[in-house]
Design a protein around this ligand. Sequence first.
Ligand code: ADP
Ligand code: GLC
Length: 483
Amino acid sequence: MKVLFVSSEVFPLIKTGGLADVSGSLPNALQGLGVDIRILVPGYPAVLENIGALKTVAELDHLPHIGDATLLEGVIQDTQVKVWVIKAPSLYERDGGPYADKTGLEWGDNPIRFGVLSKVAAILASEKTPIKSWLPDIVHCNDWQTGLAPAYMSLTEHSNAKSIISLHNMAFQGCYPPNWVESLGLPSSGFSIEGFEYHGQLSFLKAAIFYADAISTVSPRYAKEIQTAAFGFGLEGLLSKRGDEIKGILNGIETEEWNPATDKYLSHTYNSENLQGKLQVKLALQRDSGLDIDANAPLLGVVSRLTHQKGLDMLVPHLQFLINQGCQFVLLGGGELAMEKAFEEIASRNPGRASVTIGYNEPLSHQIMAGSDIFVMPSRFEPCGLNQLYGLAYGTPPVVNATGGLADSVIDSNPAHLKDKTANGFVMVEASAEGLVACILRAVNMFNHDKKTWLQIQMSGMQQNLSWDKSAQEYLALYKTLL
Ligand code: ADP
Ligand code: GLC
């Protein structure tokens, strides 16, 4: 089976969030199951730098706005997964991030940048492909940036391949003024409710949901949630029409990259049989973050985008209280200015007790995951979430809100779950600042006063199989239903 896996970010080439983690690890797992897979990604500077040797495999033409581009092939380091990189300097080679410039302003030509990504995917899946020896059976799209691919496949390229859209986050849809329809080479007939039109705009994500042969979400709970107004971001009606078809598959983690026994970013490694190294990592984290060196202080950790989705504003009102109760706090993240400021202000008021790092830092994210005692993730919605899974793997029980993939992966430490030994974290009863602080206090109490039960909770997470084994099988089964 041949699968073209299309994504706007792929770890370790380019990453802004969990989509990159999934796009870097799921294809590898699928390849392990015998799938012949190629990843398609835009040629951002980071991709061209990080991939190493590249060879030209084809020239592409008839692309909207830019005409021509070159397709290069490389391999993701430490794997045998082939990546096809679209070399189009005028679109992708510039300073800044994949979606926005350095000041956070969205690139004005994003419809072209991701329209071209989608168009190239569709061409490669049609008879027009310049690579006749490799025609995919399945085009696996991810999020809005790839959303036009299923539309091009059915309306302009007449592809025989089947398309899947995996929904990683309904909050981002790629909606643009209607003039883009013609300029991206889409037929005006598609600009209707039965097509890619959404409230008078061209919607990349709606195009995918409407035209794709299959829809998946990154957790079973999220598959249900997005069919309701609270989580569907306006597309709940269309989604519920295809409700029965939407397949929720929980993300796995890359166990080569996220494994406390082998993690290259940790001063000491550890595993479920010996947690000594975890304590050493905590002490090193305290030292390096300017926190008081104190093995007993419950250390609350956060690694996150600081946006409304992640719910960390709910932590702000009671964080001082938690610190007064003896907790330490370490945060790595960035996003909304007001939230960054609020956390920085708390850190400056609490030297030795709270440390806040604004920015993106891969090594520190691993050190916080391993060195903290409790991982805090109170998201208002969370399609899957990878950080709570990393927390489970690293013996850092997560405190989470009961939504999406958090609800599907974290089992609350209530008496029943402690008794049957399934408890692996703490689930908020209510999505509010009060609900969050109550849940954190429950965890802190257990950490302080019942080490035996704490260890049991840590073990439940650390001994779980969180790898892609099972979920990659589910994707494979989904592909098979389409062929
Ligand atoms: P989302 O993709 O919605 O941000 P996920 O939990 O799925 O949430 O994935 C987030 C990924 O991004 C994780 O790999 C996490 O470690 C990483 N991450 C988030 N913020 C930072 C940061 N400031 N520095 C380094 N890694 C980060
Ligand atoms: C999105 C979601 C996150 C999910 C990730 C990977 O970024 O916000 O919940 O884990 O995609 O699927």
